[in-house]
Design a protein around this ligand. Structure first.
Ligand code: GLN
Length: 197
């Protein structure tokens, strides 16, 4: 790997531009990922927020889903936010009929877990693994992690215990959007995973 890790941001749908900006700011060489042949050159991949059912369909249509899933299983570091977390998860609750995922994170993730009354909200969440200051978390029609395997590390949960940030080896995921909150510690942690891979 060169001094600047090469990061692909899945750019089929969603807020990929915000992730490209955050990672560029941190010194990565960032490219939009749209085609399967682009995966091999990457040191890491980010899956943005957006609409997971649309991202799922597009990623299968473009032939990206299967090779991307295989690359992450093989150790390619990955970070997903919100819809990206759903894409990474092995199991979905409240997916649309036929919705699939990359299946690389041993979790069950419930889509739109906060319902229409609480569609979008912001809150500060203590996450000791990321440092002393709490994480300012922006939730937009967000999922939660309903259940996870023993090898999944919980990085953050809401005051009521709902799990919203996890890591399993090379896979990092948050139900909220650090990329829209000026919160760079998740992207830093992801780039550390990339450097140590
Ligand atoms: N509700 C969206 C989904 O199911 C996720 C929303 C988001 O990424 N902000 O994919």
């Amino acid at each position: 790997m060169s001094a600047r890790p090469r990061i692909g941001v899945l750019a089929l749908q969603g807020d990929f531009r915000e992730h490209i900006a955050s990672l560029t700011e941190l010194g990565a060489d960032v490219v939009p990922l749209r085609r399967p042949e682009e995966i091999d050159a990457l040191d890491g991949v980010v899956i943005p927020g957006g609409e997971s059912s649309v991202m799922d369909k597009l990623s299968r249509t473009f032939g990206v889903a299967e090779p991307l899933s295989a690359a992450i299983r093989d150790g390619l570091p990955a970070y997903g936010t919100c819809a990206g977390m759903i894409m990474l998860s092995s199991r979905i609750a409240a997916g649309i009929p036929g919705q699939q995922t990359l299946g690389v994170l041993d979790t069950t993730v419930r889509r739109n877990a906060f319902g229409s009354q609480n569609d979008s909200f912001e809150t500060d969440i203590p996450m000791p693994a990321l440092g002393d200051a709490p994480v300012h978390a922006v939730f937009i029609r967000a999922p939660v992690v309903e259940e996870h395997g023993a090898s999944v590390q919980v990085l953050g949960a809401l005051a009521d215990g709902q799990v919203v940030a996890v890591q399993q080896d090379n896979v990092l995921a948050s139900a909220f959007h650090p990329e829209v909150a000026g919160e760079d510690r998740f992207h830093r942690r992801f780039l550390e995973l990339v450097r140590s891979a």
